[in-house]
Design a protein around this ligand. Sequence first.
Ligand SMILES: [Zn+2]
Length: 264
Amino acid sequence: MADKKSAPVVRRKERLVDKKKEAQVAVKEKAKEDKAKEDKAKEKKPAEVVANGEAAVNGTNGVVADGEAAENGEAKVEPIELPPFEITSGDRMDPFFFKFQFKNVEYSSGRNKTFLCYLMDPGNDGLLMRGYLEDEHASDHVEEAFFKQVLPYYNPKTKYTVTWYMSSSPCAACAVKLVEILKARPTVRLTIFSARLFMWEEPEIQAGLKALTAAGCKLRIMKPLDFTYSWDTFVDNDCDTFTLWEDCQENYEYYQDKLADILQ
Ligand SMILES: [Zn+2]
């Protein structure tokens, strides 16, 4: 049933909240039964994997099993015209996505999205704001989306303290855009904590990170404590406590060294 036509449909379905929840609940329950397999299951299940074709094997059954899949082996699915991918935003993110997307592994295979959790203190202009944004690397990236959706206004008399916890650090294009944005908004104090460094070997990326720092942006790698904090603050965690993965500290040190080298 792994025909090519099924891929867009699966992907479309992944975008439907109900289907997504269903799949996640299933994964969650499975994880409880067999914790040892948990990490591997997560690597295979998310929507990102769906996009590159492995879905046909790993994701299709679970997602299409709501009756629309053909029972006789011939999937009766027509490709659906997809709308442009949008930025998803919300209050607290799904724990499943957090554990997968923020994992600070060295090779971020399958993670072709960026998640941005934010805290913003708009000084005297309002209340502390909290939430998250998610992109699919298709239209705006989350960094720019933040300044369109969360902080589209700017009052030069207000001091904005903005903290982001990102699944990976900005790409070169976003770094350039952010530098422009920050220069135009000198009272925005932005600190970016990243779980992973995105393509840090690339000279363009390194130049972008340096330019960001020069523009006053503070760049940090997420420490184990930052993951726990993010779990508590931005994840629909159902009061579950967060268990750090085994090599979290080690991976943090790895990325921390790389960042220090780049910014020195
Ligand atoms: Zn970007």
